[in-house]
Design a protein around this ligand. Structure first.
Ligand SMILES: [Zn+2]
Length: 103
């Protein structure tokens, strides 16, 4: 039993030091991929799915797990990147684009 406890602690420490953003699971067939993105209070997990994009770059639907927030994100060259979140509207960049670009 003691062995199990220390094993769990080791896992928790390891996940804390993981670099974010991180691809938790790549998309597979109809299953969306999962991304971990650094949030204010720790990792935030997002499901993402590629969608057709006719205007250049690649389009994705990105939804935070357990939340209703759904964003359409486009990545590609710097001038092709866009997102629907407040961060992008205010600053012209956001963590969703950065995370998708890093996968
Ligand atoms: Zn965004």
């Amino acid at each position: 039993m003691l062995g199990n406890a220390s094993y769990d602690e080791g896992m928790a420490r390891k996940s804390k030091t993981d670099r974010l953003p991180r691809l938790v699971r790549p998309p597979a067939g109809r299953e969306p991929g999962i991304l971990a993105i650094a949030g204010r209070k720790g990792p935030e997990f997002y499901a993402f799915r590629e969608i057709p994009c006719a205007i250049g770059g690649r389009g994705f639907k990105v939804q935070r797990l357990g939340r209703p927030d759904l964003y359409h994100v486009r990545i590609g060259r710097p001038d092709q990147c866009s997102c629907e979140c407040l961060g992008f509207l205010r600053h012209g960049k956001c963590k969703h684009i950065a995370a998708l670009l890093s996968t």
